[in-house]
Each structure stands twice: as structure tokens, then as C-alpha cells.
Ligand binder design. Structure first.
Ligand code: SF4
Ligand code: SF4
Length: 469
């Protein structure tokens, strides 16, 4: 078994000189940072699995209802006409990520990216559990095929596939809901070939990525890593090595620096780099090297933090600046996008909506006895249950005005809409001229009242031939 490869700045550790893949077997790192990351990972995985189970307004908390072309997001329902809202959502979240990156480097990659979360906290744990620690895994790799090796590899990949299938099923439930997914599974793949094909494809992609491709995705494919150098500066907080304190490196007592060149930080790195060579594109900010080095520092009775979160300026002993022009700019742009999104969402989060418009043609109809205006009420039921709707005239309407046909009550199916024509009549004795009237739309369940103020048009009251009492 050959010794682990020594990283350098001229090549990618995971690619051999002949272009073949060099498989990494990162050692286990234990410490407060790894514990905090693991807890964050468990919480994020729980959120991913639980979101489709949590109902809000009769729909899953996050539900991209492809069939009905609706997007339910924590009680907010968006239809295709609301696509413009996505502009605020995407720009707000995008600038939010820029803001976090300029402030804290690749904290997203190390702590919250779904790829890292599943790879580090699920797939690498399974591998560790079945094949042992890093030296044992390296030895198994180098060993010839035997019954033992076959069984370990088969068990590992079976579990990999099972978990990939689970992730793929949860992913599909975000688009079809859990209830329908359960129905699909009962009715069989032939009845739902497209959905089945998506799940199979996703399962295979996830198995390939987590079982084989691994850190290559972050190093070669992820565009976010490439953006890093454009978003960060000398004041950005990153995982780094304090060369001033660590160098010259060497065995304890034989060099002046604190780094004893034990290479523990290299052994635990999941992307195979040596952080002592400086910040590199491959670093995903996973903090494994911080915990690994702190453990060594404690053993040799030196202060922790030779590898730590700090900025270039911090490591160089220059005054740190957290707040800088780019931070203000990204923060303002993110706040603008997310603020606009919140404002729009607060208006759209209602379970029902109603639009009142005037029916085309003449603005009003009148004769000697009355003036009439005709309106169309379009009611949208965003809930997952039938709504009973009643249209009434609001108290703010001038006295004596009537809604022809009295109160109109009708039912609107779940996630459906319906239009009704309403004729508002002002008897000649009550009519005082053009004014505002209020149409109230009462919707059950919940007795939600939507008030719509509309203009009531008519002729000059003097021109009406008011009949004598
Ligand atoms: S773990 Fe710390 S002491 Fe060991 S090589 Fe890395 S930086 Fe040096
Ligand atoms: S250098 Fe450290 S923080 Fe960066 S990926 Fe390697 S172990 Fe993680």
C-alpha cells in the first residue's frame, strides 16, 4: 500500500499525472467544529425530509404543484402569472449568498450545501461504518478481490442506492405531494412511467455522485466555487493557516514555528489539499483541518488556532475590517430583493383572492326608477378545500342600494376559481350621484372577508325622473 499523495499547488491532488483518478480517504476529524457541522447537517436533512409532511393552508409547506401549475411556499400560493415574484426571490437569495460569501467565505459549501451535507453526514458515515477508518479503507482499496471485500463493497453500495432512492422519492414529493407519491408507488411504475423514470434517473445520479464522483463535483463542476475569488477579498473570513505562527515548521523542539509538520490537517481534508499552502479553490471550508490541528496543538501544549477562521489581514496581523463597501452593497441588494419579496408575499399570502371589475359595455343603465351598475367578481380559492362564497354590499355603501338577486352564495372547488356577475341597483330615491360602493366577498371556512371598493356610475341625479311617493 503506497503512502498518501502529497498535495501541491501545481496540480489537483485527486487527478494523477496520467489523468486517472486518485481516490481520497480522508481521516476522521473530531472536535467542536465538526460536532457543530454535524448538528447543522442533521437539522438540514430533517428539514428536507419533513417539509413535504407539514401542511399549511391544506398544502405541503413547500409544494411545486406541477400538475395544477401552482407553487405553494409556506402558505403563499403563486400561479404562473406571479412568476415575476421569482425575480425578487432569486435576486434576494443570490445577493444574500454573495453577502455571506464576502463576509464568511465558503461557509455555505462547508455547512449548508445539500451536496456536502449528504456526502459528509450520510455517505461518508456509512463508508466509515462498513469499511473502517482511513487506513483500513486504503488497505481495502489496495487488497485483491476476496469474499470479504466483495461483501463490504456490496453492502456499502446497496445502502448507497437505498439512500439515493429515498432522497429521490422525497425530491419528487416536492412536485407531486406525498399523498400522490404514495398513490404512484401503490399503482406501480407502469402507471406512472415518467415519475418512475425521474426517480430512477435521480437515484442513479446521486449514487454516482456520492459513491464515486464525490469531491470532484465541488472541484470541477460547481460554479459557485469558481465565483469565490470574485466575491472575497483580504478581509473575508476563511479557514486558513497562520504561517507567521506556524513557520518554520518541523519536529517539536527542532523548529521555531508551532507547526510540527505532522500532516494531520492534510489527512483529514476531504478535497486532498494542504491548507498550509494558502487558500485554494478546492477548499470547501469544512473545518476538519481546524479540529485536527487544534487536537495536535493541545497534545504539544501549544495554543489552539494555528488553523482557524480568520481573514488574510487577520493572519498578517493587519487590522480586520468586517464592514466594507462590498458588504454594504451586497447587503443592500439582498435586502431590496427579500424586502420586496416579503411585501409581495404578505399581499399574496391570503388563502382566497377576489377581483372585482366592471362588465364591459355601458358604464351604467338607468331609467326613471333606478340606476344599475354591473360588475364581475372573480374569486380564487387557493386552499385545498372547497370554499363557500357569499357576495354582499358593505356597510360603507350609500343606504338604499341593493344587490340584485339578494345575497349570492356559491361554492368554489379547492384550488379553483369562479366568476359571478353582480348587479347593484340604486333606486331613484336613494341615488345621490356617482359614488364609491363596497362589495364584500365572504368566504368560508374561516369567514374571511375580502372588501373591494368600486365606483358606482350613473347620470346626474337631477336628470332622473324621480317618481312621486
Ligand atoms: S495539523 Fe497543524 S501542526 Fe500538523 S501539519 Fe497541520 S498545521 Fe502543522
Ligand atoms: S483545507 Fe481544511 S477547511 Fe478546506 S476543505 Fe480541507 S479540511 Fe476542509
Amino acid at each position: 500500500m503506497s503512502a498518501p499523495k502529497k498535495p501541491n499547488l501545481d496540480s489537483v491532488t485527486t487527478i494523477n499525472e496520467d489523468g486517472s483518478r486518485y481516490f481520497l480517504h480522508p481521516a476522521d476529524a473530531k472536535g467542536p467544529w465538526m460536532l457543530a457541522r454535524r448538528m447543522a447537517g442533521v437539522i438540514l436533512i430533517a428539514i428536507y425530509i419533513l417539509l413535504p409532511w407539514i401542511p399549511i393552508n391544506g398544502n405541503p409547506a413547500v409544494f411545486l404543484d406541477v400538475e395544477n401549475r401552482m407553487f405553494h411556499l409556506f402558505g403563499l400560493t403563486l400561479v404562473p402569472q406571479d412568476l415575476w415574484v421569482m425575480f425578487f426571490a432569486i435576486s434576494g437569495l443570490g445577493f444574500g449568498l454573495f453577502f455571506i460569501t464576502s463576509l464568511l467565505g465558503r461557509v455555505w459549501c462547508g455547512w449548508a450545501c445539500p451536496y456536502t451535507v449528504f456526502l459528509d453526514h450520510v455517505y461518508r458515515r456509512i463508508e466509515r461504518w462498513i469499511e473502517g477508518d482511513a487506513p483500513a479503507r486504503r488497505a481495502l482499496d489496495a487488497a485483491p478481490w476476496s469474499a470479504g471485500k466483495f461483501c463490504k463493497r456490496a453492502a456499502k453500495h446497496l445502502l448507497y442506492v437505498a439512500i439515493a432512492a429515498l432522497i429521490a422519492h422525497v425530491f419528487l414529493s416536492y412536485f407531486v405531494s406525498l399523498r400522490r407519491l404514495y398513490g404512484f408507488m401503490h399503482e406501480g411504475p407502469l402507471q406512472h412511467a415518467t415519475s418512475f423514470g425521474i426517480v430512477v434517473f435521480l437515484t442513479l445520479v446521486l449514487w454516482f455522485c456520492f459513491g464515486y464522483f464525490r469531491e470532484q463535483f465541488c472541484i470541477i463542476m460547481c460554479p459557485y466555487g469558481r465565483l469565490q475569488s470574485a466575491l472575497t477579498d483580504d478581509d473575508t473570513i476563511n479557514v486558513g493557516y497562520d504561517a507567521t505562527r506556524g513557520e518554520p515548521r518541523g519536529a517539536k523542539g527542532r523548529a521555531e514555528g508551532d507547526c510540527i509538520d505532522c500532516r494531520r490537517c492534510v489527512q483529514v481534508c476531504p478535497t486532498g489539499i494542504d491548507i498550509r499552502n494558502g487558500l485554494q479553490l478546492e477548499c470547501i471550508g469544512c473545518t476538519a483541518c481546524i479540529d485536527a490541528c487544534d487536537e495536535i496543538m493541545m497534545r504539544i501544549d501549544r495554543p489552539k488556532g494555528l488553523i482557524r477562521y480568520d481573514s488574510f489581514n487577520g493572519f498578517a496581523g493587519i487590522k480586520r475590517r468586517f464592514l466594507r463597501p462590498r458588504i454594504y452593497a451586497y447587503c443592500a441588494l439582498a435586502a431590496l430583493g427579500l424586502g420586496a419579496l416579503t411585501l409581495v408575499a404578505s399581499k399574496k399570502a391570503r388563502p382566497f383572492n377576489a377581483i372585482v371589475s366592471r362588465v364591459g359595455g355601458a358604464g351604467f343603465y338607468s331609467d326613471a326608477f333606478s340606476v344599475r351598475n354591473i360588475y364581475k367578481v372573480r374569486f380564487m380559492n387557493k386552499r385545498n378545500q372547497t370554499a363557500t362564497v357569499t357576495i354582499r354590499l358593505g356597510g360603507e355603501t350609500p343606504p338604499g342600494y341593493q344587490l340584485s338577486g339578494a345575497e349570492q352564495t356559491f361554492t368554489v372547488n379547492a384550488l379553483d376559481e369562479m366568476s359571478r356577475t353582480c348587479v347593484v341597483v340604486a333606486p331613484a330615491g336613494s341615488y345621490t350621484g356617482v359614488s364609491d360602493i363596497v362589495l364584500e366577498v365572504h368566504a368560508n371556512p374561516g369567514d374571511v372577508i375580502l372588501k373591494k371598493t368600486v365606483r358606482f356610475l350613473g347620470p346626474n341625479p337631477q336628470s332622473l325622473n324621480t317618481p312621486n311617493p
